[in-house]
Design a protein. Structure first.
Length: 323
């Protein structure tokens, strides 16, 4: 687990920014295998230069700025993106606010003012398809052409494929929307996870013998409604369980809710913040004709979840600590 991960923001004083660092630049939603190739290139370059390596990323996600009225299913919010980046070995991250000013900044101005002037980078790694600057004019080829004059090293990473399919954030979103947890895990390099505070629910679970920790996910989450084998993190503690994400059609067909039943656990989790990693998809959400039928199915779901979790005993996102 990485410690000492530093976050630099637009408000960070210039004298607090290490000069000459190497950066990996991207949006890094999900920090998937393609992103990790870019990050590893930056880490190798940093080791060769004797310089720290940082991620340069943007918040909010540029899609949210350009299409504020379109639903945006983010694989990771800002906090979890930084925790994942902190687990890669990077020294820190530069979080640039993506607003009207930054959207209107030309690619050349971004390179000269932000990357060279403010950060003083000695090298940069990017993915083959990363674009930046007004009108998305900035490209890997522009960075390569400017590198000799700027005195920096540029590394452009090709796409990463799994079974001849390119890894991308959009492909992972599609896999999660279809309940293809194994595919999403393969592309991410580890299980997809969410973080949330345990809230009070309708208390039905305790009456059924399945007391659940309820978490409200982002309204734009497109995870397929269904039953999942999950591993839950509470700080350094790891707990196994089975979770339902959906509208509870047997009862109220209400707003989507994540309900997690933890195996072999006794205690009050209300108000606790949990990380929930999705290890396997068990079945679609169903409506049952009776409570007895639902309970029998929940017993079967729990048994299947235990098998899936036993087959992946160490599966959990590698998360770092933010300074």
């Amino acid at each position: 687990m990485t410690t000492g991960f530093t976050v630099i923001r637009d408000t960070t004083p210039a004298n607090a920014i290490p000069r000459g660092a190497v950066v990996a630049m991207g949006n890094f939603d999900g920090v998937h295998l393609g992103h990790r190739a870019v990050i590893e290139a930056a880490l190798q370059m940093g080791r060769a230069h004797g310089k720290p390596a940082f991620a340069v990323t943007f918040e909010p996600h540029p899609r949210s700025f350009f299409s504020p009225n379109s639903p945006q299913f983010r694989l990771t919010d800002e906090a979890n993106k930084l925790r994942l980046l902190a687990g890669t070995g990077l020294a820190g991250a530069v979080v640039m606010t993506f607003d009207k000013t930054r959207a209107g900044t030309s690619a050349q101005d971004f390179i000269h003012h932000d990357l060279i002037g403010r950060l003083g980078i000695s090298g940069i790694a990017v993915g083959y398809d990363f674009h930046f600057g007004k009108g998305r004019v900035g490209s890997p080829s522009l960075l390569v052409s400017e590198a000799p004059r700027l005195g920096i090293e540029v590394d452009v990473q090709a796409h990463v494929d799994i079974e001849e399919r390119p890894v991308s954030s959009s492909a992972i979103r599609m896999a999660l929307a279809e309940g293809q947890i194994a595919d999403a895990t393969a592309m991410l390099g580890g299980p997809w996870f969410v973080t949330g505070e345990v809230i009070h629910g309708e208390k039905r679970g305790r009456d059924l013998g399945f007391r659940t920790a309820n978490i409200r996910l982002d309204k734009n989450c497109s995870l397929k409604h269904g039953i999942y084998a999950v591993r839950v993190g509470r700080g350094a503690e790891r707990l196994n369980g089975v979770a339902s994400f959906g509208r509870r059609p047997t009862f109220d067909n209400g707003a989507p809710l994540l309900e997690v039943f933890l195996f072999d656990f006794e205690g009050d989790l209300y108000g606790a913040v949990l990380d929930v990693a999705f290890i396997g998809f068990i079945r679609d959400e169903l409506k049952f004709d009776s409570i007895d039928a639902l309970v029998r199915q929940m017993d079967d779901d729990s048994a299947k979840a235990r098998v899936a979790l036993a087959a992946a005993p160490d599966a959990f996102p590698r998360l770092g600590v933010i300074s």
